[in-house]
Design a protein. Sequence first.
Length: 113
Amino acid sequence: MTITINIDTILFLLALLGCATLIALILLLKKLTAFISSVDALLVQNSTNVGLAISKIPAILENVDSVTDNAKEVSEVAADISNDISTAKETVKNGIIVSAGLAAKAKDHFKKD
């Protein structure tokens, strides 16, 4: 069994395949052009916003530095207050112990035998 294919048939099929590929390529290029146009429009539309955001970055960094310095100062003050509270607590504790001792001595002194 032998199958014979004419060269004209092969060329016709190749021409159809080429036309289909060319149409697919044209559609792909059209969609790619539309995508690039939308990206370009987006960049143009937001270029001023991006510029404003970039120009505000130094001020934001200065604010962050200020907040960090304030937090450091607050933590130092909190440490000082904690030390003062510990000292006051010890003073009150010692005062209560002395008062309890004096109360015990007064009780013993005024105790009726």
